[in-house]
Design a protein around this ligand. Sequence first.
Ligand code: 13P
Length: 251
Amino acid sequence: MRRSLVVGNWKMNGSVVMTDDLLTGLKEGVVRSLSAVDVVVCPPFLYIPLAVQMLAGTAIEVGAQNLDIHKPGAYTGEIAAEMLKEQRCSYVIVGHSERRALYGESSDLVAQKVKAAMAAELKPIICVGETLDERERGDTGRVVREQLMSVLDLNGVDIFPFAVVAYEPVWAIGTGRSASPDQAQEVHALIRESIAELNPVVADQTRLLYGGSVKPENAQGIFSSPDIDGGLIGGAALVASDFLAICASME
Ligand code: 13P
């Protein structure tokens, strides 16, 4: 049985005060009520040490939103996997559509980032998803498969179930327009089949998250699909009561 996983991606939001407030709220809620869901928060790099310190002794884990592919060295402005590991991160988001679209990250680079994360024993959360144009052209399956395959070609299927895949249709991110449960399930089934072609046992154990305008109101409908094992949450992860309600709907 796959354990559920809910990941909060704060994106470039937050401050010391907000981190303190939000995590105080989450800590109380998770201690009180959640047992069957793994919960992870991914703040901006600067707030990771504070988050780790505040969440010590709780079941909530901390992840990063990005990493560099190189070992520590002359790469001004970047953060290495080893540094995240040293700060006690457990997860790292890789290939988020905002990184692909705004910072030109190719599927090739995403595959190398997965490799760097794995080498440091950080669990990569590998994001895939189509744009609205691609969906309307009927290209969703091809695009998602290509993004996934470039990771598998470089890293092999054995990265799973340690690694996690997040399906985030670009048109659903921050738009208030979530994929319907059927639309999401269809792509999740395709992702699982693609992994199963290489190793059915591993495919069955791998956690597939959905992300894109998940809110307390639509979470239960989306999460009740058989191949959806949790969520990657943006806006609603910035409000403790909303994030907790989404986590609770996975129980
Ligand atoms: P929203 O939940 O704000 O749509 O963001 C989704 C996302 O991009 C999480 O990584």
